[in-house]
Design a protein around this ligand. Sequence first.
Ligand code: NAP
Length: 471
Amino acid sequence: MLLVRAGYPDVTIFERGERLGGVWAHNTYPGAACDVPSHLYEFSFEPNPRWSRRYAPQTEIQQYVEAVARRHGVLDRARTGTEVTRAHWDEQRAKWQLQTSSGSFEADILLTACGQLSIPKAPTINGLESFAGPVFHTAEWDHDVDLAGKRVAVIGTGCSAIQTVPAIQPLAEQIDVYQRSPGWTMPKMDFAYSDRAKRLFERFPAVQRLDRMATFAFMDIGAAAMTGQRWLLAPFRAAGRRQINKAINDSDLRATVTPTDEIGCKRIMLTDEWYPTLEKPNVELVDTRIQQVTPAGIRSEDGTERPADVIVLATGFESHAFVAPMEVIGADGQTLAEEWDPVARAYLGLSVPGFPNMFLLYGPNTNGGTGSVIYVIEAGVAHVIAALDELERRNADRIEIRRERADAFNRELRTALAGTVWHAGCTNWYVDENGNDASQWPWMWSAYRRRTRQLEPGAYELKARMLERAE
Ligand code: NAP
């Protein structure tokens, strides 16, 4: 809709799912909610004064996304249930040729908005396929499986697990949570908005904007703390320790949940329920590594076998897959996967040399330890609009980031990343086993918006239509 507003109404959206919403359509696990305050996790041009809580639950975010899409005519432009399998740059026509599950399509500009957390990661655990009961990932929750009175094994203790375990604990007979390495948490301080508060936001939108600005400022300080100003982590670390000490009486459990790595290295998890849930009589935190899944349960490396009826994989996502499994072929016949070997990279996370007229929204290195993805995407779209305007202004039909500029940006990025908390020595989904980071933005969020707002002079090569024809 930002594109339409900017004067580019001829937009077609391909969505392989049956509905729009992305992660919010897919992640329907019990307890799913946002860990970014809703006044920041909403479109800047569509403030919603009626969020039920400070941190909206999944169903409400999904409703919001679809309502905004309906209101702005996005649904009319969307082809749901349509997967783009291949995109090929046609140099002759200066257009992208798309192959989709429902036919071919031609486009002047290709925007990818495939997310970073869309492909569930299936862990390689011995014997998993031999398990007799249901096994499902948090992002593919099987709502037909009734957990009442069941023994449930949950593998993983990341953001998804800490939300779903407290939600299913009252139902299940027993929950065994398999932890590989603990992450730091901080109080979420979630609360429901009263009707009075909602009316206030409705009548005085400036109040909501003020809250959004304050939340953004806090998040940007968090971004600084994880990147260039690591000394700012001290109060976060203290809050994390205080939460453990306050919530957990059992000293063994306290030791088991206390991370040895720096706060922020793994994503900080906001929760008020996780530790109290671990102390419930029907919950056991198992921190011995899994040796084998058997048909009837899970055996740990110390030889203990715990029976289970259901296994929930809260094991995260293939976060470095980006546009996969779509095959993208650039100007010289190379694929994006080849260009990205060994690590995905893009100028400002948006453009890749050799792939003209293509922009990646929430592309490589545009994730953070704080902040709102919506903000990042809006900043990316502003960059795309600046590029489209420049194409119009110069009567051109081809725009490509210069390789030397993309390489220089990549060097600057890698240097900055090396000093961030995400590379301080822990396992996280940002850095792969070879130390490659295709995920994180190593500066403040305000810097992302500033750098993407306009086209940096000389960064892109544009080819004019007339020039092209004369050549
Ligand atoms: P995650 O943070 O990648 O956590 C995966 C968990 O599974 C980790 O505890 C990991 O252990 C464990 N694990 C992976 N493979 C394993 C194996 N083979 N054996 C045992 N344990 C294994 O995934 P996530 O919890 O789904 O969260 C991913 C991201 O999604 C979050 O960081 C966040 O950005 C986003 N998210 C956001 C919200 C929200 O509120 N907005 C909610 C959920 C998720 P190690 O740590 O030792 O690797």
